[in-house]
Design a protein around this ligand. Structure first.
Ligand code: ADP
Ligand code: MG
Length: 679
């Protein structure tokens, strides 16, 4: 669309100053303005009777001004004006602050529509500063945009209206007509008009669906194309598979799921035409480390060096120690490389990597910095690094002479979603736990039973066990939730005065966190009070009990990750979810936690109950920035998948001219990841 070439300043009412504000929001051109979708909508067509107003709900009421405004000043010196409006069912008080002209805008006796959040305390209905329109104005669904200081919603609305009028009669639609017809999607022009100014709620849904599906489709096809580009010549092919020999070094038998995952990897590495580029997904405790170990072993026996990257120093040390044990009678040179080693030791390890002496190096990110060079690196394993970006993965692959890449993740993601999020990787799933694992008992309690739970924790600690208490991550200024520190102080004072308690939260420096975790691992700390930072990378077998406060604030998958910190040893383990939430949805979610320990089942339930917004939203999966996919539901997901399959079949690599627009969109989306392999 050539509207991308038209500067926003060219719209009437947008001068230099306002244009700068739009730029702050990422809008430079008229075309980008059309893609600047509303944050939410106000439905002014749906009128609520004052008598039916629910406390806290955003409503539109139709009411007449019943009395003259009364005004005065608050204690803090704010100008305040109040009036009463009424409909046939009741009365509502309106309160405006710092608006001296409000009594001239709302005329006594006239009828208006008021939109805003209402409160209803025992039948006393009130609204603070609702927006309003004369009742005669057309009823509609109105867009509400993300704003920045100095830019109000009306300015954006006026600009978008002009932009929509500038759209030519026929615009280029990235989705060719035959696709839209086949999969019942509206055309782009209709979608853009209705995402901004929907004729009604139904039209809004139609528009959203079309735009969500298009964005997911573009993402999906882009990732597939990245993947096919990586299917390049294998520079580090295996001639012999040593996985049986590796298994004989273990004190246990591999599960079938582990064997299959190893086989998938070995097959890729043997194939002269491709480079291994695989994600092994398996629940906490499913035994991913030995899967990676086995693949490393085969590579090493074939003369290659291998690198195993962990997200934290402690995890790296743990892996190093378990590999040392496995390889104790085998002639393999292991090394540990982490940031906290002495410089002289680091130098020594780096030297041994450069001259090829070390076969397997285990470490943190320090491993892939420019300073670290290898003689013959054939495989890189990254553990628990599901938050790695697409671009970073691509960069990793450029290290050494196109080494193979194996990514391990303990985050069970539903298959449909995994296919999209990890679209540039092949996937193996370990869906089986080693035999003899104890189920973790999970209980859901209200905060009235919290003291009993704390006493239970005390008893477990007295028996020699260790415990976690998780409080939700607290953003600054967020309500009355205590910060981790205040919260821990309260616990220590009132319940655990004679017990060593540690605190762990995201604002601590990495070295401080490591110190606390180390003390916990060494049993010097008995109770760890933490935010979700403990999600990854703590493996303390003696910790058998976890209590999670305000459990309703967490996603199911996150709860599952957290819970995975207990139940790692042979002792019976417990997880106590504390929640006073009464909404049906959150109750159902928390009950799911109590009924199953299966991460994939939980991920599916999470997807069904919360939608995939979380995966595309704030969480980092290294995907390019998406505009609207956080609105996606499971149906959109599978539809986009279906369309992607269809397009690939219909036109290898989108060569067909009808897909030119789609291809342009893919390039636009992936421009930001810095991966230029798409063409
Ligand atoms: P995760 O998949 O969470 O990384 P680990 O690889 O750390 O799991 O394995 C968890 C524990 O299970 C380790 O102590 C490991 O030695 C053990 N383990 C792995 N595979 C098996 C198996 N097939 N049988 C018995 N124990 C196993
Ligand atoms: Mg692991």
């Amino acid at each position: 669309m050539s509207l991308y070439g038209m500067k926003i300043e060219e719209l009437s009412g947008i001068g230099k100053k306002r244009a700068e504000l739009f730029k702050k929001l990422g809008v430079f051109s008229v075309g980008e303005l059309l893609n600047f979708y509303p944050r939410t909508y106000e439905d002014w067509s749906e009128i609520t009777d004052i008598a039916d107003v629910e406390d806290g709900a955003a409503v539109c009421i139709r009411a007449s001004v019943h009395s003259a405004f009364q005004s005065g000043f608050t204690k803090t010196g704010k100008y305040i004006a109040k009036t009463i409006v009424t409909d046939e069912t009741g009365a509502c008080e309106l309160i405006y602050f710092n608006n001296k002209y409000i009594d001239r805008m709302l005329i006594n006796g006239n009828t208006y529509r008021f939109f805003g959040k209402a409160s209803n305390t025992f039948g006393n209905v009130s609204m603070i500063a609702p927006t309003f329109s004369p009742d005669s104005a057309s009823t509609e669904v109105r867009p509400v945009y993300n704003l920045t200081s100095g830019l109000n919603n009306n300015t954006v609305v006026n600009a978008v209206k002009q932009a929509i009028n500038l759209m030519p009669e026929k615009i280029n639609d990235p989705l060719p007509e035959k696709l839209r017809e086949k999969f019942s999607l509206c055309d782009l022009k209709y979608a853009i008009k209705n995402i901004h100014f929907p004729e009604n709620m139904k039209a809004l849904e139609t528009a959203q669906k079309r735009l969500v599906v298009e964005e997911l489709l573009v993402l999906n096809l882009g990732l597939r194309s990245l993947k096919s580009h990586k299917r390049r010549e294998n520079m580090n092919a295996l001639s012999k598979d040593y996985s049986d020999e590796f298994e004989s070094l273990l004190p246990f038998k591999l599960t079938n799921a582990q064997k299959n995952a190893i086989k998938d990897c070995i097959n890729d590495i043997k194939n002269p035409e491709i480079t291994l580029n695989r994600l092994v997904q398996g629940d906490v405790g499913s035994g991913k480390t030995v899967v990676a170990g086995s693949v490393c072993y085969s590579m090493i026996k074939n003369g290659f060096q291998t690198a195993f990257m962990a997200p934290t120093e402690i995890l790296a040390e743990q892996h190093y120690n378990s590999f040392k044990e496995i390889f104790k009678n085998i002639d393999i040179n292991l090394a540990l490389l982490t940031g906290s080693l002495k410089q002289s030791e680091k130098d020594r390890v780096r030297e041994s990597l450069k001259n090829g002496e070390t076969d397997l190096v285990i470490g943190t990110h320090a491993l892939i910095t420019d300073k670290t060079e290898f003689d013959n690196l054939g495989l890189v394993v990254t553990d628990e690094q599901h938050r790695f970006g697409v671009a970073q993965r691509a960069k990793l692959l450029s290290k050494g002479n196109s080494p193979h890449l194996l990514v391990m993740s303990a985050t069970p993601i539903p298959r449909t979603l995994g296919l999209i999020i990890f679209g540039d990787l092949d996937i193996s799933i370990i869906d089986e736990l080693p035999p003899g694992r104890q189920e973790i008992d999970t209980l859901l309690i209200g905060s009235d039973k919290r003291v009993r739970a704390l006493n239970f924790i005390k008893k477990e600690i007295a028996r020699g066990r260790q415990a976690y208490i998780v409080c939700p991550l607290v953003e600054e200024g967020e309500g009355d939730l205590a910060s981790a520190e205040e919260y821990a102080a309260e616990l220590m004072l009132n319940y655990f005065s004679d017990i060593p308690v540690g605190i762990l939260h995201g604002k601590m420096k990495a070295c401080e966190k490591e110190e606390v975790i180390r003390n916990f691992a060494e049993n010097k700390i008995k109770l760890l009070v933490a935010t979700t930072v403990i999600e990854v990378g703590i493996d303390v077998k003696n910790a058998t009990i976890m209590m999670i406060e305000n459990a309703e604030r967490f996603g199911l998958s996150q709860l599952h990750q957290l819970r995975g910190r207990v139940g790692r040893g042979s002792e019976k383990s417990y997880c106590i979810l504390v929640s006073d939430s009464t909404t049906e949805n959150s109750n159902e979610r928390l009950k799911t936690m109590c009924t199953t320990n299966d991460g994939f089942k939980i991920a599916d339930a999470d997807l069904k109950l919360r939608g995939p917004g979380d995966f595309f939203g704030s969480r980092q999966h290294g995907l390019p920035e998406l505009k609207i996919s956080s609105l996606a539901d499971t149906k959109n997901l599978s539809l986009s998948q279906k369309i992607a399959d269809y397009v690939m079949k219909d036109s290898q690599n989108l060569r067909d001219d009808a897909y030119r627009g789609l291809k342009a969109e893919i390039n636009r989306l992936f421009k930001t990841t810095g991966d230029s392999t798409l063409n």
